[in-house]
Design a protein around this ligand. Structure first.
Ligand SMILES: Cc1cc2nc3c(=O)[nH]c(=O)nc-3n(C[C@H](O)[C@H](O)[C@H](O)COP(=O)(O)O)c2cc1C
Length: 145
């Protein structure tokens, strides 16, 4: 049963950039094997993540996320059965904090700063879709190496 899960969490103070990069690489590899796609937004204080895949795979990942000491205060914002993925192309897209990000937060969120725990499921999903569009645009604009 294809499903979508969205959650927000608070970043652990000790999390370093290289640890985050390693985590992301590992997550992409694992997600690829489990048929999970999605997007992770990060602003150094919070995470907002959407994961899409089978209900079984999402339940297992959610359980692992709750045990992960690299973040805390994990809040489930949405869990729904879906007909199609919103993020079919990314084993885990990553949206770092930058101006585009803040601009979109201002457009979609009830607070001017990035506070994903304050979002309802629909606003969180709309924000992640906007991030996805910006990320796709940025990737398309980047010259091929
Ligand atoms: C913010 C955040 C996002 C994560 N996203 C994923 C992910 O998309 N896929 C994944 O496999 N692990 C992800 N992880 C890592 C998992 O929490 C967990 O460490 C990993 O799935 C390995 O679990 P295991 O030790 O039970 O095998 C994430 C961790 C954090 C802190």
């Amino acid at each position: 049963m294809l499903s979508r899960l969205i959650y927000a969490s608070a970043v652990d103070d000790a999390l370093q950039a290289d640890e985050l990069n390693r985590m992301l690489e590992h997550a992409r590899h694992r997600n690829g094997m489990r048929g999970i796609t999605g997007m992770l937004a990060f602003d150094s204080r919070h995470f907002l993540q959407v994961i899409e895949g089978s209900r079984r795979a999402l339940s297992d990942l959610h359980a692992a996320l709750l045990r992960d000491p690299r973040h805390h205060d994990v809040q489930l914002l949405k869990f729904a059965r879906i007909d199609a993925r919103l993020f079919p192309d990314w084993s885990m897209g990553f949206m770092p904090a930058d101006l585009a990000h803040r601009t979109m937060v201002a457009r979609h969120a009830p607070t001017p700063h990035f506070d994903p725990g304050a979002l309802d499921g629909e606003s969180a999903e709309a924000l992640l879709v906007a991030f996805g569009a910006a990320l796709a645009e940025r990737s398309a604009a980047r010259p091929l190496a």
